[in-house]
Design a protein around this ligand. Structure first.
Ligand SMILES: [Zn+2]
Length: 108
């Protein structure tokens, strides 16, 4: 079972939640031997420029992620887990653009 994850307040109208990866290995036997990942990626909740709720997702650059999705173009490196710092910046399809640095949202 995935652990409960709390909403992280990044400030500046941005919050986030960790998303884990827990595949059903009976349905996906090719994944046998590949471990679960509690922090596969981060969902970032914010408002789009029109003021409506929006959410983006970043996949972290981890060993399992590289193995399962070798062709993924975009990955984010964790510079620090606590407080959280990711690189590079995060650009949502809605145009919202910023950095997560030391646990805070910093507009680009
Ligand atoms: Zn957005």
């Amino acid at each position: 079972m995935p652990p409960h994850t709390d909403r992280i307040d990044l400030g500046d109208g941005h919050t986030a939640e960790w998303e884990g990866w827990y595949p059903d290995r009976e349905l996906n036997p090719q994944l046998a031997g590949i471990p679960d990942v509690d922090r596969w990626g981060l969902v970032i909740f914010h408002k789009n420029p029109a003021g409506q709720d929006c959410a983006g997702f970043v996949t972290l650059d981890g060993e399992v992620q590289r193995r399962v999705e070798p062709n993924r173009a975009n990955r984010w490196t964790v510079e620090s887990w606590d407080p959280l710092t990711l690189s590079p910046s995060v650009l949502c399809s809605c145009g919202d653009h910023g950095f997560i640095r030391e646990g805070r949202w910093v507009r680009a």
